[in-house]
Design a protein around this ligand. Structure first.
Ligand code: SF4
Ligand code: SF4
Length: 379
């Protein structure tokens, strides 16, 4: 039986939360059998939420064997693995004196507070409030939460008409949805103040913001949250042999796309907020791109071969395992064929980077082109 016949067309989606649900639902709608693995996580109060953990991954793109442990144990075969872990939210630390009565809210809790107040006829109170929305303090606000802050401003100002001033330093309005939100909030009378230096001075029930543009008083402070990489990212990156960025987020390889979903291990994908900081519109586009990449991978009769891939001469291999240890794409394994045990490069998993060719001490590996091999098979 050829390797191509062994392709498994089911997809494992690892994670829990909105990103994992969105990926599972989109893949299921596209006709793929989805194996959902809710990785263990923590609840908002810090308590543990049980799930399933990936204990080991064998095999390669198109035919992974994944051993799961935790709430239920099983070994499952899948053609592709999608990590959709989401991210974590962290409050922004402000140097705020104890005892101040100034409300300090996140964008989401601000919207909820306004809705609660309007329900008990406090409309007049909100219309008189001076709201300071603080971005990039002390470090740059992520795009995801900056977009949420602008959306909250738009919703609240339309609903309750407070006076709102947004202080920002690094805000980049470079997507359609951010552009729309920035334009809409300006139309609603929201003032934007860019700063390089900012000082906050807290009084009993208000604060004074001082910047290059002067001083402004606020009696509600809304601060966008920070985000952090998902707690499970390091463990999963190690188990799957994929990379983490300096920010702790999972890394896509980003070779052919402005932003792709493929990792350094063929068949392992990342989607959503565990690999990018983006507004909702960009996250939706990221999910569509993942779908396209899965269809490209599993929607054919056989797995696509790379243009170039490594090939090991089993007679020359001395089984030192250097190539298995050093292949950055997990494409090499030890195989026994006709009583000969040697390193074997799985062509579909190989990126043709040539690192194994350079590292093999006995020059047992060469890089070959896919067209060349097809000609050989025809002959
Ligand atoms: S590095 Fe060369 S000799 Fe060592 S296992 Fe790989 S192919 Fe064999
Ligand atoms: S060329 Fe060698 S090192 Fe590079 S991906 Fe292929 S097997 Fe791995």
């Amino acid at each position: 039986m050829s390797d191509a016949a062994l392709i498994d067309r089911s997809v494992m989606v690892v994670g829990e939360g909105a990103d994992a649900r969105g990926a599972a639902s989109a893949l299921s709608d596209a006709g793929y059998a989805v194996v959902a693995v809710p990785h263990p996580a923590k609840n908002g109060d810090g308590s543990a939420r049980p799930g399933q953990r990936i204990a080991s991954v064998q095999g390669h793109v198109g035919r992974f064997r994944v051993q799961l442990e935790g709430a239920s144990e099983a070994t499952v075969g899948v053609g592709a693995i999608v990590l959709a872990l989401g991210n974590r939210r962290l409050p922004t630390d402000l140097p705020r004196p104890q005892g101040t009565l100034l409300p300090v809210l996140t964008p989401a809790s601000w919207v909820a507070r306004v809705h609660d107040d309007l329900a008990v006829e406090y409309r007049v109170v909100w219309a008189r409030r001076r709201v300071i929305v603080l971005l990039d303090y002390p470090e740059s606000t992520p795009k995801e939460t900056a977009a949420e802050a602008l959306r909250a401003i738009s919703d609240v100002v339309e609903l309750a008409h407070p006076e709102v001033c947004v202080y920002y330093r690094d805000l980049q309005v470079d997507t359609h949805s951010l552009e729309r939100l920035a334009r809409r909030t300006r139309e609603l009378g929201v003032v934007y103040c860019r700063y390089d230096k900012l000082e906050l001075s807290f009084e009993d029930d208000h604060l004074v913001v001082s910047s290059e543009e002067g001083q402004r008083v606020g009696d509600v402070l809304v601060v966008a949250e920070r985000i952090a990489a998902p707690a499970a990212a390091p463990e999963l990156a190690e188990e799957l042999g994929i990379l983490l960025g300096d920010d702790g987020l999972l890394q896509d390889v980003n070779m052919r796309y402005v932003s792709g979903s493929q990792t350094v291990r063929r068949g392992v994908y990342v989607v959503g907020r565990c690999h990018l900081d983006a507004d909702a519109e960009t996250q939706a586009a990221d999910l569509q791109r993942l779908l396209g990449e899965i269809v490209e991978l599993l929607g054919r009769e056989s797995l696509p071969l790379p243009d170039e891939y490594a090939d090991v001469s089993s007679e020359e291999c001395v089984r030192c395992l250097t190539c298995i240890r050093t292949c950055p794409h997990q494409a090499v394994e030890l195989r026994s064929t006709d009583d000969v045990t040697a390193a074997y490069v799985v062509p579909e998993a190989c990126w043709g980077c040539g690192m194994c060719v350079a590292n093999c001490p006995v020059r047992a590996i060469s890089l070959v082109g896919a067209e060349h091999l097809v000609k050989q098979e025809v002959v």
